[in-house]
Design a binder for this molecule. Structure first.
Ligand code: NAD
Length: 508
């Protein structure tokens, strides 16, 4: 099949930092791109690495959301009747196309999001693997047979929900659209997806790929907008489920709106995860783990282990090594292969992160390195939102930087003495997304995993999230799971069919 140009940009694939202007409509429903009409309701989208405007994003209003949902519903009626094998075949083709175009999609993601090309390529690889994984599961979705007395029996059917809404955050734009749509479509649902207004660009690429792979028009749709558009989506009576990724305050609103319509809801929210490093760890691996837990995507990762608890006996060598490696992180043009950290998502986000660091200093923390805005030498990047990765020492559990999600490249180091003490301190948070432990003592590792209050515990590594593994939060970090087999339960409903083989035993 001939390769379609992404977003119809003839130069696409050769775009470099500072060269992309998006003129095409970024909404997609009924199998084609659609231009939203209300030009008064729009906001500029910036390229994080340069500060240039990529496009003016027009937000979808009530009518437009309604059209997208209706086209999804019409497609659902056809798609849900296909055999799992037929859905799988189409999804496998979508996975193949994503894999074939991984570099083009990754470049687009970098330009819109600011993360390094190395990370963006990894995100796109996770994306096609996710589509492949759920394509493989589609034909296996089935119910149960239950034998009853007298030859009667019951069986269950695992049926799709209908039109599902996906609402994404800006840190993994393409991957989040896939984490939601791949299981949803595999189960026989349709989806209307709303990306973050900061990163609207790659979702429409996904919509075009699904179409090219053979999904019916209307099955996967993209509407652009912010809180208002999101509200219209959550309140629409034809929507059966909302799968949301974002902050805790917005998650609460989404849950409240969904409750009014008794809609299914999955919430993937924020975190302030603990990483516990015991003195018997492999120090080099623990340091590498701490860096992976804090500086991926410029620290803008929900499950980051930003509270790094280090046993006092190894605090000095840990600090020396972590500092040496942090100072060596190359921050700069995200499209260059050697770059390890790109730009933060917006100017406002960078200012918020710098504000957290200032407050941490006022509360007694010591900045060991970084925490400053950076102006890369390349003049085209002078308007970009770059900052140096920061290590905070002298932290206490009651400091704002230790209690609140910063969502930037800031690691807070907290010394501890005993396992019992560190578990109590690690669990003393309203969040519960992830956690990590570095130790060579296997019984200790599993004891910590058992007693930590979080949806994931990484032992001797951090931030490893392959699609086979369920992902989601405890406490205020969320409800439901994404990835893994279990997600099938979150995109289906169970019907029980009871079959009488004898006569009705009536009491009347
Ligand atoms: P956000 O809550 O500001 O926005 C998330 C999405 O919700 C956006 O698409 C936004 O437009 C939309 N939205 C805003 N108000 C809405 C409303 N009233 N109704 C419906 N939709 C609405 O979050 P963000 O700043 O985009 O992302 C950062 C947050 O996301 C962090 O807290 C981070 O931890 C979290 N996150 C969680 C995961 C996870 O899987 N647990 C993954 C990535 C990000």
């Amino acid at each position: 099949m001939a390769q379609q140009p992404l977003l119809s940009l003839p130069e696409f694939g050769n775009v470099s930092t500072g060269s992309l202007v998006v003129k095409e409509p970024l909404n997609f429903w009924g199998g084609k791109r659609v231009q939203a009409k209300d030009t008064k309701n729009s906001e500029p989208v910036y390229e994080p690495a340069t500060g240039r405007v990529l496009c003016d994003l027009i937000f979808c209003g009530e009518n437009e959301v309604d059209q997208a949902i209706k086209s999804a519903h019409a497609a659902f009626l056809k798609w849900s009747k296909l055999a799992g094998m037929e859905r799988a075949r189409i999804l496998l083709e979508a996975a193949r196309i994503i894999r074939e175009r991984r570099e083009d999609i990754a470049r687009l993601e970098v330009i819109n999001n600011g993360k390094s090309i190395t990370e963006a390529l990894a995100d796109i690889d996770v994306s096609w693997q996710t589509v492949e994984y759920y394509a493989g599961i589609a034909p296996t979705i089935s119910g149960q047979h239950i034998q009853l007395p007298g030859g009667s029996f019951a069986y269950t059917r695992r049926e799709p929900l209908g039109v599902c809404v996906g609402i994404g955050a800006w840190n993994y734009p393409f991957q989040l659209a896939i984490w939601k749509s791949a299981p949803a479509l595999a189960c026989g649902n349709a989806m209307v997806f709303k990306p973050s207004p900061f990163t609207p660009v790659t979702a429409v690429v996904l919509a075009e790929i699904y179409k090219e792979a053979g999904v019916p028009d209307g099955l996967f749709n993209v509407v652009q907008g912010g809180a208002e558009t999101g509200t219209v989506l959550c309140q629409h009576p034809m929507v059966a489920k909302v799968s949301f990724t974002g902050s805790v305050p917005t998650g609460k609103k989404v849950m409240e709106m969904s409750a009014k319509g008794v809609k299914h809801v999955t919430l993937e929210l924020g975190g302030k995860s603990p990483l516990i490093i015991f003195k018997d760890c492999d120090l080099e691996n623990a340091v590498k783990g701490a860096l992976m837990a804090n500086f991926l995507t410029q620290g803008q990762v929900c499950c980051n282990g930003t509270r790094v608890f280090v046993q006092k006996d190894i605090l000095k060598p840990f600090m020396e090594e972590v500092l040496k490696r942090t100072k060596a992180i190359l921050v700069g043009d995200p499209l260059l292969e050697g770059t390890r950290m790109g730009a933060l998502i917006t100017k406002a986000q960078m200012e918020k992160v710098l504000g957290f660091i200032k407050q941490a200093k006022e509360q007694g923390a010591k900045v060991l390195c970084g925490g400053e805005p950076i102006a890369p030498s390349d003049p085209k990047l002078s308007g970009g939102y770059f900052m140096s990765p920061c290590i905070l020492d002298n932290c206490r559990d009651d400091m704002t930087c230790v209690k609140e999600e910063i969502f930037g490249p800031v690691m807070s180091v907290l010394p501890f003495d005993t396992e019992e003490e560190v578990l109590q301190r690690a669990n003393n948070t309203t969040f519960g997304l992830a956690s990590g432990v570095f130790t060579k003592d296997i019984t200790r590792a599993h004891r910590v995993a058992e007693n930590i209050q979080a949806g994931t515990c990484f032992i001797n590594n951090y931030n490893v999230s392959p699609v086979e593994v369920p992902f989601g939060g405890y406490k205020m970090s969320g409800i439901g799971r994404e990835n893994g087999m279990v997600t099938i339960e979150y995109y289906t409903q169970l019907k029980t069919v009871v079959v009488e083989m004898g006569d009705v035993q009536s009491l009347f």
